[in-house]
Design a protein around this ligand. Structure first.
Ligand SMILES: Cc1ncc(COP(=O)(O)O)c(C=O)c1O
Length: 448
């Protein structure tokens, strides 16, 4: 086949799915029976035929304000016409400063500074690099060890997979970065099954950090990174007291605490950041996804005053941190971010998530006893539903649920292993919560 001649006849309603190598997707299965999405509005996607598909996952934990919201769309259009790109190395533009100030107001404590990048993965690696550079700037260059957690997800870059704890995301990629250790994950079905909010069992697992300090010595440890609620591993809320204890131990030994809030930020747990919900101020918060409601790629790190200050020395004309991305604080992303934060505020979407939390949890828990369901966990507007795996085919049961959900029942489900993870846009109506748990999911579960 003449590849170039073929490209000239490219048809926009794709009749050749082959050339796109899709990430985190079984390509051959998808291309045999694709799930193509043509457009979106508010709580719904629409396939190529115009059939609505209820979005029970905010796309990919992103679209917290719902889809194609007018204010966000208009802000993007206006910005694209006014200033398409300006560098934020040595130059700047107004929108990125405006967004930073709004984020500083929103973040708890003295998390007063925003460093921008383009994704959650870049945010994780940025935070880890800032941690290393911070200790060096303070004269403690021996603090190079990074501590993550089993089952943690911090994106797919080398720093993130090194501190992360999702086995399949790590095992193919060699030695990763050196000098990393992991806390245990916090899930124990026997002790925690069907938990709403923070499980009562498991706070003591934070004491493992003491064990790692005893093993490695605090003088070698730079930072601990955890998701306040682990999302990608199947929705694990932190046990009662766990995050506060991590904070205490980090303070005791001068270790930085990083919360990865790429999923939990922007209202998912009923607050601007989960840090606020759990009453813990970490030294850094990574964010992405909900910052623009998924409309334009953007990520970043909120940083506490003492960290920023540690870098602000030396001659005025010398760069303080040798890090950044060409598209850090891109004008269109920044405009989308400002419009998204305005939408969250004006529509009270964080409070809305808080108010709906009980109704959401009741509805999710009503699936207890349905076919294949072996555990359900809820917190904020999130639910994890564990399904009994098919013997010899791990992941197949949930895959079938996702497929049938899309094709036969008009619902978008997110799956990880044999868990269905739900996280709808925060604009979800009570009837739509009913639609998910009383109508669509029972039908899906009966069909797999
Ligand atoms: C907690 C967490 N950190 C980092 C990431 C990576 O974000 P991205 O896919 O934008 O790189 C994700 C994505 O789901 C996430 O859930």
């Amino acid at each position: 086949m003449n590849k170039h001649a073929d490209a000239a006849h490219w048809d926009p309603s794709p009749n050749n799915l082959e050339p796109f190598w899709m990430g985190f997707t079984p390509n051959r299965a998808f291309k045999k029976k694709p799930r193509l999405i043509a457009r979106a509005k508010d709580m719904h996607y629409y396939d190529m035929t115009g059939r609505p598909v209820l979005d029970a996952t905010a796309g990919l934990w992103c679209s917290n304000a719902g889809h194609c919201r007018d204010r966000i769309v208009e802000a993007i259009q206006k910005q694209a016409a006014e200033l398409d790109f300006a560098p934020t190395f040595q130059f700047g533009h107004p929108k990125v400063f405006e967004l930073s100030a709004r984020l500083a107001n929103l973040a708890p404590g003295d998390l007063n500074y925003a460093f921008f990048c383009n994704s959650g993965s870049e945010a994780a690696d940025t935070a880890l690099k800032i941690a290393l550079a911070y200790h060096r700037a303070k004269g403690e260059a021996s603090r190079t060890r990074l501590i993550g957690r089993e089952r943690g997800y911090h994106g797919v870059n080398f720093g993130g997979i090194s501190v992360g704890g999702m086995v399949a995301n790590r095992k193919f990629f060699g030695a990763m970065i050196a000098g990393v250790d992991h806390l245990s994950h916090t899930y124990n079905r026997a002790e925690q099954a069907y938990s709403r909010g923070e499980p009562k069992w498991g706070g003591h697992l934070a004491d493992e950090l003491e064990r790692l300090v005893a093993l490695h010595d605090a003088s070698t440890i730079a930072a601990v990174i955890v998701e306040p609620m682990a999302g990608s591993t199947a929705v694990l809320a932190p046990p009662v007291g766990y995050l506060k204890k991590l904070r205490q131990i980090c303070d005791k030994y001068g270790i930085l605490l990083i919360f990865d809030e790429v999923i939990t930020g922007f209202g998912r747990l009923g607050h601007a950041f989960a840090a606020e919900r759990f009453g813990v101020v970490p030294d850094m918060i990574t964010f992405a996804k909900g910052i623009t409601s998924g409309a334009v790629p953007m990520g970043g790190v909120m940083v506490r005053q003492h960290i920023y200050d540690a870098f602000m020395n030396g001659p005025d004309h010398v760069i303080e941190l040798f890090h950044g991305y060409t598209y850090s604080g891109h004008p269109i992303a920044a405009a989308a971010g400002v419009a998204t934060l305005e939408t969250y505020k004006e529509e009270g979407l964080f409070e809305r998530a808080r108010k709906l939390e009980d109704k959401w949890a009741d509805a999710a828990m009503s699936l207890k006893g349905k076919p294949h369901v072996v555990d359900i966990r809820t917190i904020g507007l999130v639910a994890g539903i564990d399904l009994e795996p098919i013997q010899g085919a791990p992941g197949k049961r949930a895959y079938d649920a996702m497929e049938k959900g899309f094709h036969d029942h008009g619902i978008m489900l997110r799956i990880t292993g044999d868990t269905i993870a739900l996280s709808p846009p925060l604009i979800i109506k009570e009837e739509q919560i009913g639609e998910i748990f009383e109508d669509k999911l029972p039908k899906v579960l009966a069909a797999i």
